[in-house]
Design a protein around this ligand. Structure first.
Ligand code: ASP
Length: 419
């Protein structure tokens, strides 16, 4: 494998990658109509209280729901959900163990909105503090500001009693080292996908299966040299080839109709230091209006910021759209930003979690998932905890970023992690 993202940018016309991406545009209108004709919630009449969140929060929802049902505050309930992945060293998309920036430093983003008091708090690019969901609430509760970033946010957190700790676990450090040594020419420098001159990568002349086999084998050997455990090596290779995103959003509604929302993340793996995605941006990664509803996002942060996704969705509901329609409209704005160019849209994905004040909810995504059999899911609890499949705008699967020829099917079979 010889090309890097910089090469794609430099080369004016490289031609399209294999047509087999499977990206077919569904009729967005058809999707929206389906939603407007269907029940207000995917599974029947709306109920309160209710919690909806990204599926990585699934294991923490039951306890938070019990707390909420017992009269607990909506934001506290949301924080009880997202704190789970923040504390989990094996969730490398949030909090402790999050994959670091390009310099090997974990930087976290979070924001929240508390409906009952109509307040908001946010922190961006925070180092050394694990529970940024609680730090953004502290900004809301203990300052006259809404957003603190970087060193100031860290010092504020320490002043508030949050412990400073090393967030880079040994496992995440080794993955970063693997990326740095062997894949860091595919980084976030240079014009991005939104640049008019950006072109998708050329198809390799060598058979793709061969290219992949060589590359994966080489990276696995390097992973072994770095001491990455055998059972985690393929997962590490995957993270190096396709620096993952990952975040958790949670929206909460209690019996009284009070609502809150919270989003927390370590952001894009190997990002530029100081990069803030959508997660700490009130109105993009999270937005709650006590009178209307709450929404949050996971996925391509840069794209979401440009459509102010969470705010757009809540405003759409204010103007009468169902949660599903409201989310689809935000996704269509992302599609419109690229004039429907699937050569670009297939490299990004976006999921919204949407909760209306009456308990109606939806989760929508740009693509069905990353591969067949792995749809985007979200967790919901309205008396029964379950995972549901998010409704996609586009038929097909997103392709990982940075661009790379699709992984041949026979290689995918080798590992769950390469699916
Ligand atoms: N939205 C997050 C960010 O851009 C990443 C994610 O949700 O996966 O930082």
């Amino acid at each position: 494998m010889t090309f890097s993202r910089r090469d794609f940018v430099k080369t004016s016309v490289l031609g399209a990658v294999a047509a087999g991406v499977g990206a077919k545009v569904a009729m967005p209108e058809a999707q929206a109509e389906k939603g407007s004709q269907g029940p207000v919630s995917p599974s029947g009449s709306p109920k309160r209280p209710i919690i909806i969140c990204a599926n990585n929060g699934y294991n923490y929802v039951e306890a938070a729901y019990t707390f909420l049902k017992g009269g607990g505050d909506t934001l506290e309930a949301g924080i009880r959900v997202v704190k789970g992945p923040e504390d989990d060293p094996n969730d490398d998309s949030v909090g402790l163990g999050g994959l670091p920036n390009e310099e090997g430093v974990v930087e976290l983003d979070a924001c929240c909105m508390h409906g009952p008091t109509r307040r908001a708090g946010s922190v961006g690019a925070v180092r050394n503090i694990k529970n940024v969901s609680m730090v953004c609430r502290a900004v809301m509760e203990h300052t006259g500001h809404v957003m603190l970033v970087g060193e100031g946010a860290e010092r504020f957190a320490v002043d508030m009693g949050f412990p400073r700790e090393n967030l880079l676990t040994d496992r995440s450090r080794k993955i970063w080292m693997l990326w740095k040594q062997f894949n860091s020419d595919r980084d976030w420098w240079g014009p991005g996908i939104a640049d008019p001159h950006w072109r998708p990568p050329a198809t390799e002349t060598k058979p793709q299966a061969e290219v992949w086999r060589d590359r994966i084998q080489q990276l696995q050997e390097r992973a072994a040299d770095l001491g990455i455990e055998p059972e985690f090596r393929l997962a590490a290779v995957r993270r190096v080839l396709f620096p993952p995103t990952g975040t958790i959003h949670c929206s909460v509604l209690n019996e009284k109709g009070e609502m809150s929302g919270i989003t927390t993340t370590s952001g894009l793996a190997f990002k530029l230091p100081g990069r803030c995605g959508d997660s700490p941006i009130i109105g993009a990664g999270c937005y709650t209006d006590q009178d209307i509803g709450s929404a949050g996002a996971t996925g391509a942060g840069e794209e979401n910021i440009k459509v102010a996704g969470a705010h757009t969705i809540v405003e759409n509901m204010r103007h009468g759209m169902s949660p599903l329609e409201a989310g689809m409209d935000a996704l269509k704005r992302i599609v419109r930003n690229y004039n429907g160019d699937m050569n670009k849209l297939r490299f990004m994905d976006m999921t919204y979690y949407i909760l209306r004040k009456d308990g109606a909810y939806a989760s929508v995504c740009l693509w069905e998932g990353y591969s067949a059999g792995h749809p985007h899911k979200f967790a919901v609890h309205d008396g029964t905890l379950r995972a549901e499949v998010a409704t996609p705008l586009l038929k097909g699967y997103s392709q990982e970023w940075p661009p790379f020829p699709p992984i041949p099917e026979d290689l995918k079979k080798d590992s769950e992690y390469l699916k």
